[in-house]
Design a protein around this ligand. Structure first.
Ligand code: NI
Length: 224
């Protein structure tokens, strides 16, 4: 499932993030890429080990964690720290799939879901679309600042060349409690019905049936 989330990050937080990024140190994005991705990756990433990166990590995670749709679609078990990436004129990221396992030592996690958060407005740059291959064809995304897209990390995708201006995004990965994207999608849809029923008919028998089914499917399918 490819899911767009609107207004994940508030306007004042976005402005704060962009202010920090404007003064931050960026390094060649190939430093964080696997062998295959290195060949096609051309961007810059904020130094992950800086204090500023830690500060921005806190801002982004707080807003993501508050987003009900994100939680119910991703069912997050482990969430990576975000990478803050910048693409200026001539930069692109060719077709690739993301690394299957990330992190080091005890902090390793499987990447089930990839998330791109758009940090500046689409009219600030030309090109720079995130292009994701799905079973229903290619999907091109260039979303308003503050919006995000969630997609299976196994998807082949690329970032089109930025031909003018500057594209700012945060990208992160999630190990979901539910590994199979098809099962996650079923749970997401069932939860939409469950939440409506819990709000509108909390005492109805069918509400209890749907609620119990959701809860027990989560138990059946989740891995921790
Ligand atoms: Ni990628």
């Amino acid at each position: 499932m490819l899911l767009q989330l609107n207004k994940v990050i508030d306007q004042d937080v976005l402005e704060n993030i962009r202010r920090v990024l404007a003064g931050a140190k960026f390094v060649d994005g190939r430093l964080s890429a696997g062998a295959a991705a290195k060949r096609v990756k051309q961007n810059e990433e904020m130094d992950q080990h800086s204090q500023q990166a830690e500060y921005l990590d806190g801002l982004v995670m707080k807003q993501l964690a508050q987003n009900q749709t994100f939680r119910s679609a991703a069912l997050p078990h482990k969430v990576s720290r975000p990478y803050f990436a910048r693409y200026t004129q001539g930069m692109a990221y060719g077709d690739h799939i993301d690394d299957p396992v990330m992190g080091t030592g005890g902090e390793r996690f499987r990447t089930d879901i990839a998330v791109t958060l758009f940090l500046n407005e689409p009219d600030r740059y030309d090109g720079g679309e995130l292009v994701i291959n799905t079973t229903f064809g290619q999907k091109k995304l260039k979303l308003p600042a503050g919006d995000a897209v969630l997609y299976p990390a196994s998807s082949l995708h690329h970032v089109a060349e930025v031909t003018d201006g500057e594209r700012l995004v945060a990208v992160l990965w999630i190990q979901s409690l539910v590994r199979d994207p098809a099962k996650r999608e079923l749970l997401y849809e069932l939860n939409l019905a469950r939440e409506t029923l819990l709000a509108q008919r909390p005492d109805a028998e069918e509400t209890a049936h749907i609620d119990h089914t959701y809860v027990n499917l989560m138990r059946m399918w989740s891995e921790v």
